[in-house]
Ligand binder design. Structure first.
Ligand code: MN
Length: 157
């Protein structure tokens, strides 16, 4: 469907808001840098969704440069990753390093220690989806551990 001229689009949106019947384009937060305490290399993320209670939905789009990765961590309520671009690596503690590619979906259950990141020679972007803590649930929502060493990252750890 052809887009309306911008002015008309705004007029329609205003009318729809007044009726309270529209989907709304959500405000965008600035892209944020993954902090050095919990990431190795350059990692940037955008908050895509942050559900209002009773929803506990959390969705971030996370972009990793080659070799960049999370530190070891676990999620209180598990996490689903969906790779939207590039090639990456993921590993559960005690498991093999798994190559993940655009279109792949990976699930890590509650409390499972793991890391994820880009392949050494490719960018990787994934959607990270999880549930925030329920009311009264014991935290932390994400428990962070040590950085993934170069030896671990290259499978020599
Ligand atoms: Mn994770």
């Amino acid at each position: 469907m052809a887009r309306l001229p911008l002015e008309d689009e705004f007029r329609c949106l205003r009318a729809a808001y007044a009726r309270g019947t529209t989907v709304e384009i959500q405000p965008k937060q600035p892209t944020a840098k993954g902090p050095a305490e919990t990431f190795t290399g350059d990692v940037w993320f955008d908050v895509i969704a942050r559900g209002q209670a009773p929803s506990r939905l959390r969705v971030n789009l996370v972009r990793f440069t080659p070799g960049a990765r999370t530190a070891w961590h676990s999620h209180a309520n598990g996490q689903t990753l969906h790779v939207v671009d590039g090639r990456g690596l993921a590993q559960a503690r005690g498991g093999e390093i798994v190559e993940i590619r655009s279109g792949d979906t990976v699930y890590t259950p509650p409390g499972e220690w793991h890391w994820h990141g880009a392949a050494p020679d490719h960018l990787m972007a994934h959607l990270a989806m999880w549930d925030a803590l329920a009311e009264g649930e014991q935290g932390p929502e994400t428990d962070w551990g040590a950085h993934v060493t170069d030896e671990e990252y290259s499978g020599r750890g």
